[in-house]
Design a binder for this molecule. Structure first.
Ligand SMILES: [Zn+2]
Length: 452
């Protein structure tokens, strides 16, 4: 039994002061406001979100994609060519070292868990490893080392485009037929067996570009109650391609042709018309927003104002991991709305500030998308908790929602003092318990990769 005591805590029903919280195993066992100081003391205790979209290996590319290529206009598609060339060098050992480093950074940024959208399956020559699920095992091994909650989403990637063309040279490490993918899923399930009980295995058809209509139906029934994630409507060229081959825009087509409900998480959706925004909001699915990556790749701006006004659920992912920062993801999302609409505080409601709406939205949507029984500080929920330092020039004296606004708009992840993932105390004093070993292994890997 662990006992925490927080000066302030954001509970399921709002802010409380002097809160004692007991953890039993991976869950919250009791919550007592107005309690005398006891146990481990923290400043501001919040529910910790799940990072709902990550491609861990892309972290090692940060800083490598900011030069102009030979194309007249650099874009998502030229970036993707660089990404393919980069990943050709990665070995299973590299992937494990990068994944552990990324997960450590996520914990230190205040995320309690990650949904890893895992598509780098095969060896550098494009052939499967002797163990089909080798790479899934490496992601699982990283989670075992870091303690970060893991929802593993093995990805089915069949084709190079909507017309069913074969995979391009850079895509051979991703490819599987549905049959082989089913075997890979068995291997992934075995890889997760030694991990804690909060670990989840879901599925991810890569995108409407990369799976057939039949395979999408196959994926939806492969694990009928598990999370299902898919990239959707990220780029204009993708919208045009889906429209040309399937007679409807990506979000339109999916809502008409799949049973999209609360187990679905649709990543990006930066290219939607108003009726699609409304349809997605009504479906109960989570929109997986990745504001830093979407900025980096020039994807466009998600219509968060209309979507949340219609009750849409959403969460945050770090996607390309070019920068891992929970506070900055939330700030970027809100600033994108302001810049587009020439407005301020557009997501705030009559009784909740911008920071409160952002944190609660990301936390509840992230838990739903990851299939995690978390998302709020309430008895019986998984103990996914993040504590912020209440001292320091930007936070001192702030109470309630204003503290969240200070954290997101004036501060950053350096305010994170502690993090618990399903009761596992991963971060103390802003530092992950295995930071030295994980950082040393990552440095060795990245030094080798940069010398190649
Ligand atoms: Zn992605």
């Amino acid at each position: 039994m662990t006992v925490l005591w927080a000066e302030q805590a954001l509970l399921a029903n709002g802010w409380a002061q002097d809160v004692a919280i007991t953890l039993h195993g991976d869950r919250i066992a009791s919550i007592t406001p107005d309690a005398p100081p006891q146990g481990q003391r923290v400043g501001i205790l919040l529910p910790a979100p799940t990072n709902l979209h990550s491609h861990a290996f892309q972290r090692a590319m940060a800083g490598l994609t900011e030069r102009r290529g030979p194309d007249p206009r650099d874009s998502f598609w030229t970036w993707r060519q660089l990404m393919y060339r980069f990943l050709d060098r990665l070995t299973p050992d590299d992937v494990q070292a990068i994944a552990a480093f990324v997960q450590m950074e996520m914990a230190q940024a205040g995320y309690a868990a990650v949904a890893e959208f895992h598509y780098l399956h095969h060896a550098a020559d494009g052939l499967p490893h002797a163990n089909l699920a080798e790479m899934a095992e490496r992601v699982a091994a990283a989670a075992d080392q870091t303690g970060l909650g893991l929802t593993l989403l093995p990805v089915l990637y069949e084709f190079g485009g909507c017309d069913g063309r074969p995979l391009g040279a850079g895509q051979n490490r991703f490819g599987n037929t549905p049959d082989r993918f089913a075997r890979l899923m068995d291997g992934a399930a075995a890889a997760l067996r030694g991990l804690p009980a909060d670990t989840v295995l879901g599925v991810a058809p890569h995108s409407l570009r990369a799976v057939s209509v039949d395979s999408l139906a196959f994926m939806a029934q492969l694990r009928p109650d598990a999370p299902i994630h898919m990239h959707l409507a990220e780029q204009m060229a993708e919208v045009d391609e889906v429209l040309a081959h399937r007679g409807a825009r990506p979000v339109e087509w999916l809502l008409d042709n799949a049973q999209v409900d609360a187990r679905w998480c649709l990543i990006h959706c930066t290219q939607m018309l108003p009726h699609e925004t409304k349809g997605l909001a009504m479906s109960g699915a989570v929109a997986g927003l990745c504001p830093i990556t979407e900025s980096s790749l020039g994807d466009g701006i998600f219509d968060g104002v209309a979507y949340t006004a219609q009750g849409g659920r959403w969460g945050i992912g770090s996607d390309s991991n070019i920068r891992i920062s929970l506070a900055e993801e939330l700030r970027t999302l809100d600033y994108s709305q302001r810049l587009r609409d020439r407005s301020r505080a557009a997501l705030a409601t009559a009784d909740k500030s911008t920071g409160r709406v952002l944190l609660e939205g990301a936390t509840q949507g992230g838990a739903q998308a990851a299939g995690r029984d978390a998302g709020m500080i309430a008895v019986g929920k998984l103990a996914d908790l993040v504590a912020l330092n209440s001292a320091g020039p930007d936070m001192a004296g702030h109470r309630g929602d204003t503290a969240l606004d200070a954290y997101i708009f004036a501060g950053d992840d350096r305010m994170v003092s502690d993090l618990w993932s399903a009761g596992r105390h991963l971060v103390t004093g802003g530092r992950h318990f295995a930071a030295d070993a994980i950082t040393a292994a990552y440095l060795a890997t990245i030094t080798k990769l940069r010398a190649q």
